[in-house]
Structures are given as structure tokens and as C-alpha cells.
Design a protein around this ligand. Structure first.
Ligand code: HEC
Length: 173
């Protein structure tokens, strides 16, 4: 009897260790856990976005003087390829920006200098009904910009490109 009881306790303890392990694993792989999130929208920088496909580059003049690149996840690329609007839930677009500088090796070439921001738009029409279904995030050095800046995102995108589902960037073929 006594040894049965000890065996039972050992089994329970082993089961508890196993469950604890699973809890740790699932918490660690859940996408948003522990990552800095934008105010208002709670948007984070998506994992693996540097391996996403190119939608288009852009160049911005004075005073920002930036080179920019917009990347899209698979859902975004599929939607751009089909050319239908609105973008479906699950679409994520990331805009990277750098100061532009003259190439030190070849003056006529303009190349990326210091990285400035990473900006994110993610489509989730249930979560973001008040902003056209889009959640916005702007990050400098991986840290989210303040709430005031996040109040400007939808306002500008809505004023200029409401008829393109609030997205400026066209697919560069
Ligand atoms: C004053 C206008 C303006 C404001 C404010 C603005 N954007 Fe944009 N955004 C643009 C323009 C113009 C583009 C097109 C690409 C470019 O020129 O850089 C763009 C592009 C983007 C893109 C790529 C998808 C697309 O629409 O082309 C993302 C992502 C983005 N902005 C996020 C944000 C976030 C996040 C904020 C708020 C922190 C924000 N934007 C505020 C004008 C604006």
C-alpha cells in the first residue's frame, strides 16, 4: 500500500513536470508574448518579417530623406497578386526605413544609412473595426512610438487612400 502511494505521488509529480514544460513551450512560441506592443492597437513586430517578399521600394525627399521598403507576408502577397480589395484578415505589411546616403564607394548611388523606423499594418477586421480593420504599429529601435503618434496613422491613411483599403503601396512588378 505504502509503496503504491509513493509510486502514485511520483507519477503525479512527473505529470506536473510535463505539463509545466508544455506551458512554458506554448507561452514561449505564442507570437505576441513578451514583445513590445504599440499603444492603442497592441501590434508587435512580426517574427521572421525580414524573409517576407518585396511589395515595393519607396524614396522620400526632404526633410526625412529616407529609403523605404514595404514587405508583405504570404496573405498580403496573395492579395496583391489577385489584385482584389479589401485585403483579407491575416494580411500584414511591414515598412522598413533608412536615412539615404551617398555610397562611399560610388557617389551617384544612394544607399541605406542609419535605420529609422519599422512600421506595421495588420488586418484583423474584428479586432480593429474603428480603423478600417487595420492595426498600426510604429517602432524605433524596436520600441513602440507613443500614443499621440499612433493617433496619426489611420487619419493620414484614411484621408489619402481610403478607396484602396487604406494602403498606399502598389505592387512593384
Ligand atoms: C502623413 C501621412 C502618413 C501618416 C501620418 C502615416 N503614414 Fe503610413 N504611409 C504613408 C505613405 C505616403 C505611405 C507609402 C509609402 C511611403 O511613401 O513611405 C505609407 C505606408 C505605410 C505602410 C506600408 C503600407 C502602405 O499603406 O503603403 C505602413 C505599414 C504604414 N504606412 C504604417 C504607418 C503607421 C504605423 C503609422 C502611424 C505611426 C503611419 N503609417 C502614419 C503616409 C502616412
Amino acid at each position: 500500500m505504502a509503496s503504491d502511494f509513493r509510486m502514485h505521488r511520483r507519477l503525479l509529480a512527473a505529470a506536473a513536470r510535463l505539463t509545466a514544460g508544455f506551458a512554458l513551450v506554448s507561452a514561449g512560441t505564442a507570437q505576441d508574448v513578451g514583445k513590445p506592443a504599440s499603444p492603442i492597437y497592441g501590434v508587435t513586430i512580426p517574427d521572421g518579417y525580414r524573409r517576407w517578399l518585396l511589395i515595393a521600394p519607396a524614396s522620400e525627399g526632404e526633410p526625412l530623406n529616407e529609403l523605404r521598403v514595404v514587405l508583405g507576408n504570404a496573405v498580403a502577397v496573395e492579395a496583391y497578386t489577385r489584385g482584389t480589395l479589401p485585403f483579407p484578415d491575416g494580411t500584414v505589411l511591414v515598412k522598413l526605413a533608412w536615412k539615404h546616403v551617398a555610397s562611399p564607394e560610388f557617389e551617384a548611388a544612394t544607399v541605406p544609412g542609419m535605420a529609422t523606423t519599422v512600421q506595421v499594418m495588420m488586418k484583423d477586421s474584428k479586432r480593429y473595426p474603428a480603423s478600417g480593420g487595420w492595426g498600426f504599429g510604429r517602432f524605433v529601435d524596436g520600441k513602440p512610438a507613443d500614443e499621440a503618434e499612433h493617433r496619426t496613422c489611420f487619419a493620414c491613411h484614411e484621408a489619402r487612400v481610403k478607396d484602396r483599403d487604406y494602403v498606399f503601396t502598389r505592387y512593384a512588378r
